[in-house]
Design a protein. Structure first.
Length: 401
């Protein structure tokens, strides 16, 4: 049985701090608004037929605790029948939600589901959920765990990406996003509204068209002091002794922006679409996860993508466009080098460096962005992939119907 994506929608992204436009909007409200948008965009949608909401969310505490997926389902107006489950695969959570929904449909367990994610990084800062994984030496020391920024700089040091290389990538992300914004290409994006239905934010708040390469070159490395003072550089070099020193090249201008946002996709089988008069846009061809070394933890996109391609009986040349999450510039650069993919078909409308990375939501956001662009260019196949903390990668292949 096939699993089809009938539609996908995302909110605009707001700066994930106290000055961000969405600071006053609860994450439940963000998730609710994408659920309502799905209903409004698909006039034939009988919400009584939607069985469950699967949402990714990383920091499941405070405003994002107590199963935010069910909270959003309850607020959505779909009906009291609607269930909800919240999952956490770190940065891959939004894509994991889509993959799990697709698996339920393909197995015949469900006919119609909503999958997506939400993260309000202004209200629930990254790391609010704590956890021994990062904070308990008993867990961290044996795996030679380091913070993700150190891992990104380790990738750059090991694979020879210079400061200018990663700054150029960051600059290009901003320019592509600004161009896409000006051309109104983000067609699956919705404004976030207040309780009176008035717009709070209508565009992604971290796009910076005025970015210059010179300005990026002048920013101080974000993780250099952490690496030396806290000893993380020594941990990384102990694991990779062929590297004499960590070249700290990442900073705020070539790393993903911290933002608030939510996303949702409508996923179901063929029969339910025919019953409700819904037209499928894409089918889910394959999905995979793959573990990697936890020290250089952000290299998972390439092996996860190879696994998904093998599952689908495809090769990398069969993919028309790629969305590779820009957690740090070195991540998609490493992916392109390992997979032999040209930057001209990767993140064609910019990525998380410019647009932001609302942790639990990003995977679904990338899926909607890719769907829109494949249709706009009249292309057929796309691959979404994200690196994941702790040493994982996730990848999904979609095919136009």
């Amino acid at each position: 049985m096939e699993a089809y994506i009938y539609d996908a929608v995302r909110t605009v992204r707001g700066k994930g701090n106290r000055k961000g436009a969405l600071m006053g909007v609860t994450p439940t409200e963000l998730a609710k608004q994408v659920l309502v948008a799905l209903k409004e965009r698909n006039s034939g949608l009988d919400t009584s037929k939607v069985e469950d909401v699967i949402l990714g969310c990383v920091a499941q505490v405070k405003d994002q605790g107590v199963n935010i997926a069910k909270s959003a389902a309850q607020e959505s107006g779909y009906g009291d029948h609607l269930c909800g489950v919240t999952l956490n695969r770190f940065c891959g959570s939004g894509l994991e939600a889509i993959n799990q929904a697709g698996a339920y449909v393909r197995a015949g367990f469900s006919q119609l589901l909503v999958a997506g994610g939400v993260e309000s990084m202004s209200r629930v800062p990254m790391g609010s959920d704590g956890g021994g994984f990062l904070m308990d030496p008993v867990q961290a020391i044996p795996g030679k765990m380091v913070p993700q920024g150190i891992s990104a700089d380790l990738i750059a040091s090991k694979y020879g990406f210079s400061r200018n290389d990663v700054d150029l990538f960051g600059y290009e992300s901003q320019m592509r996003a600004a161009k896409a914004e000006a051309a109104k290409l983000f067609t699956s994006r919705i404004a976030v509204k207040d309780i009176n239905g008035l717009d709070i934010l209508t565009t992604d708040e971290t796009i910076r068209p005025s970015t210059t390469l010179e300005g990026l070159n002048n920013l101080r490395p974000a993780f250099e002091m952490m690496g030396s003072m806290a000893g993380y550089d020594a941990v990384a070099i102990d694991k990779y002794p062929e590297i004499e020193r960590i070249n700290h090249v990442h900073h705020a201008g070539n790393s993903s922006a911290i933002v608030d946002g939510a996303s949702a996709a409508l996923i179901g089988n063929k029969a339910i679409g025919e019953l409700l008069g819904l037209k499928p846009r894409f089918r889910i061809r394959a999905a995979a996860v793959e573990g990697t070394d936890p020290t250089i933890m952000l290299v998972g996109p390439a092996p996860a993508s190879r696994k998904a391609l093998k599952q689908a009986g495809m090769n990398v040349g069969d993919i028309d466009l790629f969305e590779v999450n820009e957690a740090f510039a070195a991540v998609p650069m490493h992916f392109m080098e390992q997979m032999g993919v040209d930057h001209s078909i990767v993140n064609v409308n910019g990525g998380a460096i410019a647009l932001g990375h609302p942790l639990g939501s990003t995977g679904c956001m990338l899926t909607g962005t890719l769907m829109d662009e494949l249709e706009r260019r009249n292309l057929n196949t796309g691959l979404i992939t994200l690196c994941i903390g702790g040493g994982m990668g996730i990848a999904t292949i979609i095919e136009r119907v």
